[in-house]
Design a protein. Structure first.
Length: 201
């Protein structure tokens, strides 16, 4: 009985979300199920290492990536419900630095878009080296690029955004900057630890 109530509640939530947002009920179910399975599998692997710091970092990274998925794909407004149809939705912009051309033409909304796309994957670039033992800058940048490609691909697939080369570039630059911040942060921490050792000695 309790299981039936949980399923009914879940289906009702999915129905409400699909009514006002871009994805169908089946798409929402598929995304949630896949995310839960990946989450449980990864948590199980991390718990085997018994490293609480990595587990906390992974949990934060997973939660943040899921938030990105929700904000960039799942919660894009269903234009038919609201009688709105933005331009270029579901299309691809292959022109690099298109955002900067728009900014030079006086469209300052693109300044906010550039900043947000750069900032979006900074936390990912910062946390990845902590989770991965061999978290080189190349792997970090490649991972951030793959995440960005996945987001743009889903937006194109579900016609809930415009797939832009600029977004890929800005997301990847953000991930690179996050990695640089991580290296700087770790150097500062190591320096402080060394100073403490010297003082206590």
């Amino acid at each position: 009985m309790n299981t039936d109530l949980i399923i009914m509640f879940f289906n009702k939530i999915v129905e409400i979300i699909s009514k006002y947002f871009i994805l169908s009920q089946q798409s929402i179910r598929n995304i949630v199920v896949i995310e839960v399975v990946l989450f449980l599998f990864s948590i199980a692997r991390l718990l085997q290492t018994r490293q609480i710091k990595k587990w906390i970092c992974f949990f934060g990274l997973y939660s943040y990536l899921f938030l990105i998925l929700v904000s960039t794909v799942m919660t894009r407004i269903n234009w038919e419900v609201w009688n709105i149809q933005p331009d270029n939705v579901g299309s691809v912009c292959w022109l690099p630095f298109y955002s900067y051309l728009k900014i030079m033409q006086g469209n300052h909304l693109y300044i906010q878009e550039v900043i947000m796309n750069c900032v979006m994957l900074i936390p990912v670039g910062f946390i990845l080296p902590i989770i991965c033992k061999k978290g080189s800058i190349g792997r970090c940048v490649a991972t951030c690029f793959a995440i960005s490609v996945s987001i743009e691909g889903l937006q194109l697939l579900y016609s809930c955004g415009t797939c832009e080369i600029d977004d890929l570039l800005h997301n990847t630059v953000g991930g690179f900057f996050g990695y640089i911040c991580n290296r700087g942060f770790m150097k500062v921490c190591n320096l402080l630890n060394n100073r403490k050792k010297i003082v206590y000695e």
